[in-house]
Design a protein around this ligand. Structure first.
Ligand SMILES: [Zn+2]
Length: 151
């Protein structure tokens, strides 16, 4: 079988994708980070006796005594074969659309905020135009008063 992925590519997939980022955003595994300790629901036994070694980019379940690198946890969580898992991870690594939901929410919020700011600026402009009209009307009224008093 032809070599589908280069060693370099596999190395990069194991090391350049943060295991925590992958677990929480890529694989949408239930997880929590408490005081710097990252825990996730083990895809094998569903237990929470888990942890990650951030410096080795490896996750681990103490209950099933298993270690998962990025590829292994993808295989376990998505029930994918090796090749499909690596393909998934290549996409995850390269595609900015795989940004975390949080980042997407922030972006959407920023966009929403900028729309609101635009609207406020537009309203302010309208108010200043209206203020101009009122000044003009007031001047007209004053002129009319003058004319009336001269009648
Ligand atoms: Zn487990």
């Amino acid at each position: 079988m032809a070599q589908l992925f280069s060693k370099k590519e596999l190395y990069s997939i194991r090391n350049d994708i943060s295991i925590c980022e992958l677990i929480s955003n890529g694989l949408q595994i239930t997880c929590q980070e408490n005081g710097g300790l990252f825990k996730f629901q083990c895809p094998e036994c569903n237990g929470f006796s888990t942890g990650v070694k951030k410096e080795a980019n490896i996750s681990r379940c103490f209950q099933c005594d298993k270690q998962f690198n990025t590829i292994e946890i993808t295989m376990a969580a998505l029930k994918l074969k090796f090749i499909d898992s690596v393909t998934f991870l290549q996409k995850f690594k390269n595609n900015p659309a795989h940004k975390s939901q949080k980042q997407k929410d922030t972006q959407a919020k920023d966009q929403h905020d900028s729309i609101i700011i635009d609207r406020i600026l537009c309203l302010e402009k309208n108010v200043s135009v209206l203020t101009g009209y009122f000044d003009m009307l007031r001047r007209n009224i004053d002129q009319m008063k003058c004319q009336i008093s001269q009648l």
